[in-house]
Design a protein around this ligand. Sequence first.
Ligand code: PMP
Length: 418
Amino acid sequence: MSQEPDHGRTVAAHGSRIDAYVDRYAARATGMVASEVRALFAVASRPEVVSLAGGMPYVTALPLDVVGELVSDLVARRGPVALQYGSGQGDPHLREQICDVMRLEGIEGNADDVVVTVGSQQALDLITRIFIDPGDVILAEGPSYVGALGTFAAYQAKVVHIAMDDEGIIPESLAQTVYALQTAGSRIKFLYTIPTFQNPAGVTLNAERRGQVLEICQRAGVLIVEDNPYGLLGFDGDPMRALRADNPDGVVYLGSFSKTLAPGFRVGWALAPHAVRDKLVLAMESAVLSHSTFTQLAVGEYLATQPWREQIKTFRELYRERRDTMLSSLEALMPAGCTWTRPRGGFFVWATLPEGLDSKVLLPRAVAERVAFVPGTGFYADGSGARFMRLSYCYPEPERIREGVRRLAGVVEQELQL
Ligand code: PMP
């Protein structure tokens, strides 16, 4: 038998869970850990479980036959271009069309400042890559989007949460935190915010606070990264004015077609000040050379030939009905002591359990009762948030939402009696 050291490789027999390369990963990979609830979600994807957990858009509401025709027509007419490499910045015509979409939120962007990305998730990755050294500070709402927190952890950022309430970030809390950090010599690289129909809290930064947040950040020299995938999915009134609309030099805006069209195209974008745009394009090229020309052109054809504003209206109406069902079911069924937000758009309700309950402890019991949600702790970089849970209403049909809330209420009731 060989006496060569094998660094543990032989114990990592096929199928073993022991990682033979554990001593070789880069330090940043230590921040890449699967969430503790991942295994439970595998169970939660069974059809008998009502999942209020995932944030999947209801793509079945799209005219799939039309999309199919559009795609095959694209290959027939423009195949050699659609199937070729493209530019690192993205298709120029699509970038013009993206500017038309952003105009609905008051943004007068220039196509030259848009970078098309693989969903806004990749834009988040690129932004973090170009700005963050290990230990740098990022400010983010508490709670914040789990996918962004994962990216920030992967680049070893230090995330400092800013308190929020039903009207979004609390400006005083932002000002105090910025002051305290800067006085202590910390370099704040940016504020990451989802001002409209926030994931996971479902709340929206009101108009007055938008001005205050912009002013605080401008005064302190803090860049804002405005992540806005849900902005056009409001249930009443016109879209909110984006932060970017009022400070083009101080805000990087991230948008996406994942919720207004379909996430399968993986088309999102960043609109950035020129210098940041240049860095983003270089980072994009080093990551993937270029986005898929095929899906960019497909989205471009869709926007050029289909009534996309009407489709967004269809989505809005569908999600409004589901939001209404979720809120009325929570009202009717949840035990006293539970509270929740009342979103005016987007996909999510953020619920608070009575004192003493822990949503992570509750989850396995809920899954056993055939309902799933996401526990609050995943939405905080510091692991707090045990009393919260995210309930999404975007995917299940209304009667399933009602049934899911009924099961959840039963589990909470039981837990209160223990
Ligand atoms: N930001 C937020 C707030 C999100 O909720 C999501 C999707 N869940 C994303 C970014 C990423 O979306 P995509 O990459 O599909 O554009």
